[in-house]
Design a binder for this molecule. Structure first.
Ligand SMILES: Cc1cc2nc3c(=O)[nH]c(=O)nc-3n(C[C@H](O)[C@H](O)[C@H](O)COP(=O)(O)OP(=O)(O)OC[C@H]3O[C@@H](n4cnc5c(N)ncnc54)[C@H](O)[C@@H]3O)c2cc1C
Length: 393
């Protein structure tokens, strides 16, 4: 078998892969190759769909705050290096009944970490954000550093910069398998094979195809996106309408301001089952699902047409407790970053730094990685937790 040689192969040039390639390409003397099964920035990955919510006032707790704050600096750096607009600091507004558990946790987080924010009463919400139809007793938390990210632009920018820095990128090339041997890792692809000192597995929802442990651990949750046309599109522009999370009774909505000038994103998820492989995931909402989502949206937002003007269905790999997998195996040759669990886009630049550190010999502790992210730790918890919770952003 003819083997081409390199220092690091990154498998998957999506969210984590592009950030890993960007970070690795900055390191002197490292030859790096990125291998992607589809083209450069495509519609099949977990990053597709125009925008991602960025929040610093997270209800998931303090573990995430450091990763998100560091990522905020890196998003700005990526904008500077690429000359493109990626991070719209429009704020992120969480609205829920007073005492709603996620809101209480988020309020605790902003206080503990001194995150710039504002709390809003029902009256203030009605006065300042009339686009939201709120119930008596609803309150708001405005996360000043929150907002919207442009995922496709982000991935494109990170790949372009990596390539400019010397990384070699192969598209429409699928990795078929990886195999460790004494002198490195053999990466078999549809276009020949590579021998790398280390590999970074960043293959998202497809990761279970390359590793039996990830096949056991990860489940694919389905996440649908819908966009609605408001009567007054200007009221939903980023200057007037922050990204948002809404909880009203059992209904959870999330979304982003209008980026296209005619529609804004407002999404909620029907009860979809979990899947093992992307090939099993539905590719569209049903008519009934769209009617129901539109009816709920019309109850929450002022003056919108209840028929979604755009819709798409995606998938993302989840771990049971939604902590990501950030791991390097015993030989130090196989780095894995997976299971971003519907909320990992915002801190993916930090994951790119973790990938670069682990792939060039740092230990997880030296790289500042939470020990609970290790694959062995996840597999121990899997036995206890069992069930997978949904949710995203
Ligand atoms: C609809 C939706 C909404 C979301 N909303 C938010 C949000 O608001 N905020 C937030 O922070 N997060 C959000 N998330 C989560 C976040 O977008 C994902 O967790 C993240 O994009 C996953 O990144 P990834 O690198 O693991 O996967 P991907 O970005 O999908 O990258 C994996 C890449 O690997 C490639 N690949 C796979 N297998 C192979 C192979 N064998 N050979 C070569 N290439 C391969 C794939 O083609 C793909 O390009 C959302 C997710 C979804 C789906």
């Amino acid at each position: 078998m003819d083997l081409q040689k390199t220092n690091v192969v990154v498998i998957g040039a999506g969210t984590v892969g592009s950030m890993a390639l960007w970070q690795l390409s900055k390191r002197e003397g490292i030859d790096v190759v990125g291998i992607e099964q589809y083209g450069r920035v495509h519609s099949h990955g977990s990053y597709a769909g125009e925008s991602r919510v960025f929040r610093t006032a997270v209800h998931e707790g303090g573990t995430y705050v450091g990763m998100i704050q560091r990522s905020r600096d890196l998003w700005r750096e990526l904008e500077r290096e690429s000359g493109r607009s990626i991070y719209l600091e429009a704020g992120c507004l969480s609205i829920a009944p007073e005492g709603f558990p996620d809101l209480v946790t988020a309020l605790g987080t902003v206080q503990e970490f001194g995150i710039p924010h504002r709390t809003l009463t029902t009256e203030e919400l009605r006065r300042e954000y009339p686009q939201h139809l709120v119930q008596d007793g609803d309150i708001g938390l405005l996360d000043a550093h929150g907002g919207g990210l442009r995922p496709e632009v982000a991935v494109m920018s990170a790949l372009d910069i990596a390539e400019r820095n010397g990384a070699r990128l192969l598209f429409n090339t699928a990795v078929l398998g990886i195999e460790e041997r004494a002198d490195g890792v053999v990466v078999r692809t549809t276009q020949g094979s590579w021998l790398a000192d280390t590999v970074v597995v960043a293959s998202g929802s497809w990761s279970g195809r390359l590793s039996p442990e990830l096949h056991d651990l990860l489940r694919l949750q389905v996440l649908g996106l819908t966009w609605f046309m408001p009567r007054d599109p200007d009221a939903f522009a980023p200057e007037r309408f922050p990204a948002f999370l809404r909880d009203s009774g059992p209904v959870h909505f999330f979304g982003a301001p209008s980026f296209d000038g005619y529609a804004f994103k407002a999404c909620t998820n029907p009860e979809w089952p979990v899947f093992r492989d992307p090939s099993e995931v539905p590719t569209s909402h049903t008519r009934e699902e769209l009617i129901k989502i539109g009816q709920r949206a019309a109850e929450l937002f002022d003056g919108i047409n209840p028929e979604p003007v755009r819709q798409s269905v995606h998938h993302c790999a989840y771990t049971p407790d939604r902590l990501p997998v950030v791991d390097v195996n015993a030989s130090g040759r196989v780095v894995t970053i997976a299971g971003l669990s519907g909320h990992g886009f915002k801190f993916s630049p930090r994951l790119g730094e973790f990938a670069a550190a682990l792939a060039t010999g740092s230990s997880p502790a030296d790289a500042g990685i939470d020990p609970r992210f290790a694959l062995a730790s996840h597999l121990e918890r899997l036995a206890v937790l069992g069930a997978y919770t949904g949710g995203g952003h």
